[in-house]
Design a protein around this ligand. Structure first.
Ligand code: NAP
Length: 482
């Protein structure tokens, strides 16, 4: 399979004529050849987006009303639903997800487009009370060309939440998918063209981050950057953006805690604690990768977690097991490195999952691992593993739980398990992060719920209505009419 860029509603060969290999994580073999984008390809895509917008928002995309944009997004949502199985299969094979997980991602993608289709014509400014003789109003305008750098863990969902919101707000988009996960996004750009998006409204340039990605962050025609990925790359993107005063939204990593108090409903909590790290084989920015348990119920919780971890199975995507392979060799070696280092330091493995007999020995399969009594200052408690590895640790008091929960560089999500309403809110208000879940974790994805981090987890918000504000510029118009 050889794939080109998708620019101005047409397939475009790479300017330098180069293609890169993309691998199948279930067996390590080449799955596709992707156009290897460079600055020249990015430039073509940005020019196409500028032409779609027009110099004064009078181009074929720029002049559409909010209602017309809404209708196009609704058609795209319908097209995604119609092609959900095809998209899910592409994503499952490309990223190593089980088919059922990829199917859920395709459904979420359609829901993002529906949500932002419904929101496009409800995004408006205000009139403001001011001095006598004035009428003052605000209008929300698109930035212009927006850049979207997408990682490999949830390509469709992240595309939905950033590109869906940006298009609803009237921006024209240039997307750089991860080199390991470009296939579904190329197909989506094609579907957008088929349902009637004007040429240049949505462009996808594939390639390496250090080439195509960096060129996109440095392009003077880009007016806003949405980056989702690692904290380290996010810093480079923010620096490139700062060079030319370009606004940037950073959705970075996490080391998210779930706090289990002694009055928690354990029957409800335990399956969620397991799923929050097993989901997508732990390759989820908001994975619940630390579990803090009150000492009075510590052994009871571990006794419930151990058999569930031992039952977790990793295997080929088509088998629809708990987990697929990790996305690539680099990720596989990183996760194995964390596990090996923790074992070498004497940390205790309480349970390990299994790898299915049909999994290829050349695939990047990592079994789930449960560590207990993890010291708060260890790498396992502080750093993002981005794999199915759970760190469990005890605490005695509420104050200690809060200190431990907030005691990393990250601040993305936190979970609280307790039946005490006052404690739920008290602790939630003390969490230094962007989302808190009480007696649940993740709320099933929650397209409507603003999402983002603090500290090394990033800044800016995506999802919900909040994302629309981020993808617009607020202009104040003051009229003196006497
Ligand atoms: P990554 O290496 O930072 O890559 C993310 C994206 O940035 C990819 O498209 C990558 O392209 C591109 N990129 C790499 N170097 C670049 C550069 N110099 N300039 C511009 N773009 C560049 O992260 P990853 O390994 O793909 O994803 C895992 C990380 O993302 C984890 O830390 C995870 O927590 C985080 N993440 C966060 C969220 C969130 O919403 N908070 C969601 C998902 C993932 P290539 O792949 O081609 O290098």
């Amino acid at each position: 399979m050889r794939k080109n860029h998708f620019i101005a509603n047409a397939w475009a060969q790479p300017s330098a004529g180069q293609y890169l290999d993309s691998f199948d994580p279930s067996n390590g073999e080449v799955l596709a050849q992707l156009a290897q984008g460079h600055a020249a390809d990015i430039d073509l895509a940005v020019q196409a987006a500028q032409a779609a917008l027009g110099e004064s928002f009078d181009g074929p995309w720029g002049r559409l009303s909010a209602l017309e944009r809404s209708r196009l997004l609704m058609k795209l949502a319908a097209a995604v639903t119609e092609h959900a199985q095809e998209l899910a299969e592409l994503e499952a094979i490309d990223c190593g997800k089980s088919f059922k997980t990829a199917q859920a991602d395709a459904n979420a993608l359609a829901r993002y487009f529906e949500y932002y289709a419904g929101a496009a014509d409800k995004l408006h400014g205000e009139t403001l009370p001011f001095n006598a003789g004035y009428t003052v109003l605000t209008v929300r305008e698109p930035h212009g060309v927006t850049a979207h750098i997408v990682p490999w863990n949830y390509p469709m969902q992240i595309f939905g939440r950033t590109v869906g919101a940006a298009l609803a707000a009237g921006n024209a988009c240039v997307v750089k998918p991860a080199e390991d996960a470009s296939l579904s996004l190329l197909r989506l750009a094609e579907l957008a063209a088929e349902v009637g998006f004007p040429a240049g409204a949505l462009n996808v340039v594939t390639g390496y981050g250090r080439e195509a990605g960096q060129a996109l962050t440095e392009h003077p025609g880009v007016a806003h950057i949405s980056f989702t990925g690692s904290t380290q790359t996010g810093r480079m993107v923010a620096l490139a953006a700062a060079e030319r005063h370009c606004p940037v939204t950073l959705e970075l990593g996490g080391k998210s805690p779930q706090i289990v108090f002694e009055d928690a409903d354990l029957a409800a909590a335990v399956p969620v604690l397991v799923n929050a790290i097993a989901q997508n084989a732990g390759q989820t920015c908001s994975a619940g990768s630390r579990v803090l348990v009150q000492r009075t119920i510590y052994e009871q919780v571990l006794a419930a977690l151990v058999p569930r971890f031992e039952a977790l199975q990793s295997g080929p995507p088509a088998l629809n097991l708990d987990m697929g392979p990790l996305v690539n060799r680099k990720q596989y070696e990183q996760v194995r490195g964390f596990v090996g280092q923790a074992e070498a330091q004497g940390l205790t493995v309480a349970a390990r999952g299994r790898i299915h007999a049909e999994a290829s020995s050349k695939g990047f399969y990592q079994e789930a691992v449960l560590f207990r009594d993890v010291p708060a200052d260890s790498a396992l408690a502080q750093q993002e593993v981005f794999g199915p590895v759970l760190a469990v640790m005890p605490f005695d008091t509420e104050e200690e739980a809060v200190r431990l929960a907030n005691g990393t560089d990250f601040g993305l999500v936190a979970g609280i398990w307790s039946r005490d309403g006052a404690r739920q809110l008290r602790v939630a208000r003390k969490m230094r992060c962007g989302q808190v879940f009480i007696n649940n974790y993740g709320a099933g994805g929650g397209v409507e719920l603003p999402f983002g981090g603090v500290k090394a987890s990033g800044h800016g918000r995506e999802k919900g209505f909040e994302a629309l504000y981020g993808f617009t510029v607020l202009k104040t118009i003051a009229i003196h009419h006497g």
